[in-house]
Design a protein around this ligand. Structure first.
Ligand SMILES: [Zn+2]
Length: 188
């Protein structure tokens, strides 16, 4: 449990590092020097159409961290201004606060213990790009019985093209890519 929580925060850290990376790219240099940003990870970089999902599973809990450009869910990335934009934004928040919007767990029953959505406009970069970060903590009755995780985001948001998944399971680490044609993570 403690180990999993640690790994989860380490995975989330990748996302924050890539935010920093994207920020540095906006600098305007006359004498352009090529900097190798050592230690920066491209995982979680801000690319419209792409999102990342970090997943940690231990013997009781399933922890997921979703990071996506707001564009994928809203069609814009500035703070909502018109009534229509405000309604779209509120709809998104309501959707993301439900675990069923993110995924369907196959093989056992899981309850959401907490779902936390970070304010996407708190970390908006100079060029106006913004990400939404959501952390899901699920408690599952029999996690060892989980056979698959079906990701439902593609059904809700057609601007989402690829989801890069990084998983830490009791059996080891795994990376895979999902898209509207391939939405299920097979487990075991
Ligand atoms: Zn953007």
């Amino acid at each position: 449990m403690r180990v999993a929580a640690y790994l989860f925060s380490a995975l989330c850290g990748f996302g924050f590092m890539s935010l920093t990376y994207a920020h540095e790219e906006t600098h305007d240099h006359k004498h352009h020097e090529h900097h190798e940003h050592e230690g920066h990870r491209h995982h979680g970089a801000h690319v419209h159409g792409m999102a990342t999902l970090d997943l940690v599973m231990d013997d009781q809990e399933l922890m997921l961290h979703l990071q996506s450009p707001l564009m994928n869910f809203l069609g814009f990335e500035h703070e909502p201004e018109t009534e229509q934009q405000k309604a779209i934004y509120q709809d998104m928040l309501q959707q993301l606060e439900r675990k069923d919007s993110l995924l369907t767990v196959e093989g056992t029953t899981c309850q959401a213990e907490s779902i936390e959505i970070e304010d996407p406009f708190a970390n908006q970069d100079e060029a106006g790009h913004a990400d939404v970060d959501v952390s899901y903590f699920l408690r599952c009755e029999q996690p060892d019985k989980i056979t698959g995780l079906k990701i439902n985001l593609f059904d809700l948001y057609n601007r989402l093209e690829t989801l890069q998944v990084q998983m830490v399971l009791p059996t080891g680490q795994q990376q895979l890519e999902l898209n509207p044609q391939r939405t299920t993570i097979r487990i075991n």
